[in-house]
Design a protein around this ligand. Structure first.
Ligand SMILES: NC(=O)c1ccc[n+]([C@@H]2O[C@H](COP(=O)([O-])OP(=O)(O)OC[C@H]3O[C@@H](n4cnc5c(N)ncnc54)[C@H](OP(=O)(O)O)[C@@H]3O)[C@@H](O)[C@H]2O)c1
Ligand SMILES: C[C@@H]1O[C@H](OP(=O)(O)OP(=O)(O)OC[C@H]2O[C@@H](n3cnc4c(=O)[nH]c(N)nc43)[C@H](O)[C@@H]2O)[C@@H](O)[C@H](O)[C@@H]1O
Length: 314
């Protein structure tokens, strides 16, 4: 890639897209472009094709998607399946039609079978049933991985899929109904601390294990994927270590400074018991996570404190 090459970041205002934008800017790329969903609805195939044909980017990073935590996913399977299929189909086909040289498709570790052997290797894909709470979303992302693979195999396209583990960082979603666990914990402990250390209620049993990657580390992986030819179609992106939700809760509680009780609402789903990624393939390419979880949570909490005035009250 040349530093002056045009790179279109789909979803540039989201957590991942904005981190990719920052990382590309920091790496010296000067010709970045993005559109909000109100300017360009990527569910609209014609508008998407016309935009890509007109812009002729040298690369596309697909960070646009309908995204949410366990409850949003499980209650809106139809929208998570259909909207993500539409967005990614339109973007991938528009890129192929216009001959866009590079494409980075972002999926998620939930594409792998619920009971996959841990740590999960890329070749575990489609070897068993999915976790039901996010099956719609996972099916869409699996279709995206297969489209990228087919374009590589049939048309020799330099396109790749990156599968990040659970992410967190600046511009995360702090809405308690639709967010992922880490932003929810930051907000719940912070608001409870301000409310005389009131009890905090968390979801599920606390026993599932999750792997958490700071979004700035993922953004470096995206830059790496744009700058280097990649021998495979699919790479896991994670830290290589995980913790239980209970351990995560105690860590966030300590960082925030909440001293009250933690309660567990077991009427809410646990989701998959564990989804630790095998990251040996991306390590072999020269990328490794650098931001430790403790440090990353401190940074995320600082970001929340600076920006919580823009977080909607609930
Ligand atoms: N968050 C995680 O823990 C996580 C973990 C693994 C993988 N990922 C992957 O990373 C990618 C981005 O996730 P994120 O966490 O950054 O989500 P996010 O913060 O919700 O951002 C999603 C972006 O997608 C855009 N978008 C949604 N629908 C659109 C549409 N119809 N047309 C155009 N743009 C649309 C939104 O644009 P507007 O803001 O303009 O509406 C938004 O900027 C997703 O593919 C997701 O699978 C995320
Ligand atoms: C990365 C994404 O991960 C999502 O799965 P998944 O890790 O279970 O999604 P999360 O929503 O992050 O939840 C992770 C774990 O944290 C528990 N948890 C505890 N308290 C809370 C809380 O207040 N809010 C939330 N959200 N969780 C909470 C939740 O029950 C689950 O066991 C998938 O649904 C998506 O498809 C995607 O793959």
């Amino acid at each position: 890639m040349e530093k002056s090459d045009k790179i279109y970041i789909a979803g540039h205002r989201g957590m991942v897209g904005s981190a990719v934008w920052r990382a590309l800017e920091a790496a010296g790329y000067s010709n970045l472009t993005g559109r909000s969903s109100s300017e360009l609805d990527l569910r609209d195939a014609r508008a998407t094709s016309a935009f890509i044909a007109d812009e002729q980017p040298a690369a596309i990073v697909d960070a646009a998607a309908r995204v949410g935590g366990i409850l949003a996913n499980s209650r809106n399977q139809y929208e998570f399946l259909l909207e993500n299929l539409r967005i990614q189909n339109n973007l991938i086909q528009a890129a192929h039609e216009a001959g866009v040289p590079k494409f980075v498709f972002l999926g998620s570790s939930c594409i792998y079978p619920k009971m996959a052997e841990q740590p999960i290797r890329e070749d575990a894909l489609l070897t068993g049933p999915l976790e039901p709470t996010n099956e719609g979303y996972a099916l869409a992302k699996i279709a995206g991985v297969r489209l990228i693979q087919a374009l590589r195999d049939q048309y020799n396209r330099d396109y790749v899929s990156l599968m990040p583990t659970n992410l967190y960082g600046p511009n995360d979603n702090f809405d308690l109904e639709t967010s992922h666990v880490l932003p929810a914990l930051i907000r719940k402990f912070h608001e409870a601390k301000q409310n005389d250390n009131a009890p905090v209620t968390l979801w599920g049993s606390g026993s599932p294990r999750r792997e958490f990657l700071h979004v700035d580390d993922l953004a470096r992986a995206v830059v790496h994927a744009l700058e280097n030819p990649l021998p495979d179609h699919l790479y896991n992106v994670g830290t290589g270590s995980d913790i239980t939700i209970k351990e995560l809760a105690r860590t966030v509680q300590r960082i925030v400074g909440h001293t009250g009780e933690i309660r567990w609402d077991t009427s809410k789903p646990d989701g998959t018991p564990r989804k630790l990624l095998d990251v040996s393939h991306i390590h072999a390419l020269g990328w490794k996570a650098e931001i430790g979880l403790e440090d990353g949570i401190k940074r995320a909490y600082e970001w929340y404190l600076e920006n919580s005035s823009s977080v909607k009250p609930q």
